[in-house]
Write a protein that binds this ligand. Structure first.
Ligand SMILES: [Mg+2]
Length: 332
């Protein structure tokens, strides 16, 4: 079963409707009514040793911070503010207490940085590697929560930051090239991602984003979800996708392809959002105020699917291909 089939089965068997559940399975967070003005935002993410992290190159303190950051990124994607964190930690017998202390310091520093409190959790023995599950509760004004389902035909697709850095950084770690000084930014994008909390909040408060999500499984897969939820498709121009100069350098060094990293590489934790074309200037101004670059990379339309327009093999003409779901699938 693919990841989506597993989610669909669980949703069919165990979910239902409740007047308090404003948005359930299928968005970055569940949205639950808190009072007549505010909603709770609830998200959960698991990091598993040798699947999501490798202790050979992932320092414990940075891993502690990353666990918080990737969950905060889902709160950012709804335009919310993080409030409480719950941690479930599975540790193998004979774990290193210094590792645990460094991990805890990183986690605590991230909670402080993002303004949330650890409010509970669980610790268990793991028969294999370390397993870390975090739940984050955030909140937002109910009428400002940005779902994945609001994109309209004619909207512009925007992304924050640059794409593909974390995928390139992971590849540098795996191939033993993580110490190349000029490529350190890519490695840190994998080890220590920065969620776009302030940008998400500002876009939501100003009502600029019709739909929004964070990029965790790669543009091709994440946008396919957003398009299905919104009942639209999107056409992306490869030439407009924002790449850092170090990404190109890493691609040359490793013999890899920048575009594959940008489109299919996961863990960017940038925001992708849909907005009316006439809000372009307001979006650029908001992004400049929070110091995060944003780039218009595509246009939503009524044709289903995520289509990438890129130069053909000869480099003369252009081809358009459907790249829906070609990002990371946890089970394929
Ligand atoms: Mg997400």
């Amino acid at each position: 079963m693919r990841e989506q089939e597993i989610i669909d089965m669980l949703a069919r068997l165990a979910s239902g409707s409740s007047p308090e559940l404003l948005a359930g399975i299928g968005d970055d967070c569940a949205v639950i009514s808190k009072n007549d003005r505010l909603s709770w935002l609830v998200t959960m993410d698991t990091l598993i040793e040798e699947v999501h992290f490798d202790r050979k190159w992932h320092a414990a303190g940075l891993l502690g911070r990353k666990c918080v950051a990737v969950n905060i990124s889902d709160i950012a994607a709804m335009g919310g503010t993080p409030v409480f964190v719950f941690l479930s930690l599975g540790l193998p017998a004979g774990y290193d207490p210094r590792w645990l202390e460094d991990f805890s310091q990183g986690l605590a520093a991230a909670c402080k940085e993002f303004g949330c409190l650890l409010a509970g959790g669980d610790t268990v023995r793991s028969p294999g590697g370390i397993v870390i599950t975090l739940t984050v509760l955030g909140e937002a004004a109910s009428d400002q929560v940005v779902l994945r389902s609001g994109a309209r035909s004619g909207d512009t697709l925007w992304v924050s930051g640059t794409l593909g850095n974390a995928a390139a950084g992971l590849e540098l770690c795996r191939r033993g090239r993580a110490d190349a000084p000029r490529l350190r930014g890519l490695v840190m994008a994998h080890l220590n991602p920065s969620p776009r909390l302030e940008l998400g909040r500002r876009l939501a408060q100003a009502g600029l984003a019709h739909a929004m999500m964070d990029l965790s499984d790669g543009l091709a897969t994440d946008l396919a979800h957003l398009c299905v939820q919104s009942g639209v498709g999107v056409r992306i121009d490869s030439a407009s996708l924002p790449a850092s100069s170090s990404l190109r350098e890493a691609a040359l060094l490793l013999g890899s392809d920048c575009l594959t990293w940008m489109v299919a590489g996961g863990e960017d934790y940038e925001l992708a959002f849909a907005a009316a074309p006439d809000r372009r200037q307001a979006i650029l101004t908001t992004a400049a105020e929070v110091g995060v670059p944003v780039t218009a990379v595509g246009i939503f339309d009524e044709r289903p699917g995520v289509r990438l327009v890129r130069p053909d093999q000869a480099g003369i003409g252009k081809i358009e291909e459907d790249i829906s779901y070609e990002g990371f699938d946890h089970f394929s």
